[in-house]
Design a protein around this ligand. Structure first.
Ligand code: 4IA
Length: 403
């Protein structure tokens, strides 16, 4: 990649393609280069702007008036291009439209719901760990744990029926690819978009959802008039889009972190209450959601540069989460740091509504593992899964030593 220093335009520019396979395999060198180039960098390949430093990413995420979401948080601008599905009422909306659906979802996923789920999820996590360990002490942490546990607990919590659940990950994978450019990863998903969307949309209907669960709670909010009956299925769709791949890859991240940091595993074994902070530290360190776009609502001055009204800005959450201006030893996975303030769940009015649900999934699984497993180590080459938005693993072979 070539990065050019600020010239007459006062704007460093780079020809890097953040969505190329080479970068998706290891984005860290690009993150460093973009962070060091300046507070805002023009990406010439797509004619868009990028923030890779913590302060600029944070400031833009909390400034929803200056950096809007309603024009889409992917590369494509909804002002000029038709979205591949009706926009999310939460992610791809701004106040005031955004607020009622957001309030409803936040309540549905709130502390009361989590208290109801904790005990059952802890037992489910122990049962899964027992099952996996009964088969042997060498296994793939993605295939056996990270891609299994969220799918055992989350669809039940939403209240969707069993048949077709194998569609959830491919649907999410495509949705997260679709935030990027129209590249080979999007083309790979295209043949199944109609089928997968039809299935997901069908699961959001009231008569398909279980009488209790997040889905039923969202429909109950429409009975109370908090949202309209037209909005209810789209709020359920947000859960099914945002809640599956993210937690699978977030749990993969924390398991990979422990497999490569044995001393941190010993700490969580001695003090299982660290399981929670371990997940947030892994979200900071790995940033399962790497990037999101915003759209400038006016000419925005950043340092000496101006981002013109209507232009897209790519927020590198992952680069912000390892910005040495904000974090000591940012590349180190360390349970003694306070990772709060990381932007892995976003920040501001759109900050992840499901983060407490994700933490509960990760915490119960890591706790169950820590009860039985004295050591975890890599047992072969790991394989990345490439996605335009997600930093993900296809395979993490591990060998564990039992207590
Ligand atoms: C939605 C940012 C990501 C986790 C996300 C993806 C989809 C939706 C929300 C968030 O469909 O509302």
């Amino acid at each position: 990649m070539t990065t050019t220093a600020p010239s007459a335009t006062s704007l460093p520019t780079s020809d890097v393609d953040p969505f190329s396979h080479e970068v998706l395999e290891d984005p860290l060198p690009m993150h460093t280069e973009l962070r060091e180039a300046g507070p805002v960098v023009h990406l010439s390949r797509y004619d868009l702007y990028a923030f890779a430093r913590y302060d600029e990413v944070y400031a833009a995420l909390v400034d929803w008036q200056g950096f809007q979401s309603a024009a889409g948080v992917g590369m494509s601008n909804f002002r000029y291009e038709k979205p591949w599905r009706p926009p999310s009422l939460l992610l791809e909306a701004d106040p005031p439209k955004h607020d009622a659906p957001r309030r409803v979802l936040q309540k549905v996923l709130g502390p009361r719901a989590l208290r109801r789920l904790r005990e059952g999820w802890a037992a489910d996590a122990e049962a899964l760990v027992d099952e996996v360990l009964a088969r042997g002490t060498s296994f793939d942490a993605v295939e056996s744990l990270a891609s299994v546990f969220p799918l055992r607990v989350f669809p039940d919590a939403v209240g969707i029926p069993q048949p077709g659940r194998e569609n959830l990950l491919p649907y999410g994978d495509h949705a997260f690819n679709a935030f990027g450019p129209d590249n080979d990863l999007v083309a790979k998903g295209a043949p199944r978009v109609a089928e997968l969307s039809a299935w997901v949309n069908a699961q959001c209907q009231r008569d398909v959802l279980a009488p209790t669960g997040f889905g039923a709670d969202i429909w109950a909010a429409s009975d109370r008039g908090d949202i309209t009956p037209e909005q209810a299925p789209l709020v359920v769709r947000s859960l099914l889009t945002a809640g599956v791949d993210t937690t699978v890859h977030g749990i993969s991240a924390v398991l990979y972190a422990f497999a490569t940091h044995p001393e941190q595993w010993q700490r969580v074994r001695q003090d299982p209450s660290l399981a929670r902070v371990a997940f947030d530290e892994a979200v900071r360190w790995e940033s399962p959601v790497q990037t999101f776009f915003r759209t400038a609502t006016t000419d925005v001055r950043v340092g000496d540069a101006v981002i013109p009204d209507g232009h897209k800005i790519l927020m590198f959450l992952a680069a912000a989460n390892r910005d040495p201006r904000r974090w000591d030893d940012p590349d180190v996975f360390d349970l003694s740091r306070d990772p709060s303030g990381h932007v892995g769940f976003g920040m501001g009015i759109h900050q992840c509504a499901g983060q407490h649900v994700a933490r509960l999934e990760a915490e119960t699984l890591v706790t169950a593992l820590a009860r039985r497993v004295a050591r975890i180590e890599l047992d072969g080459p790991t394989v990345r899964h490439h996605n335009n938005t997600l930093r993900a693993w296809e395979s993490i072979p591990v060998r564990v030593v039992l207590d």
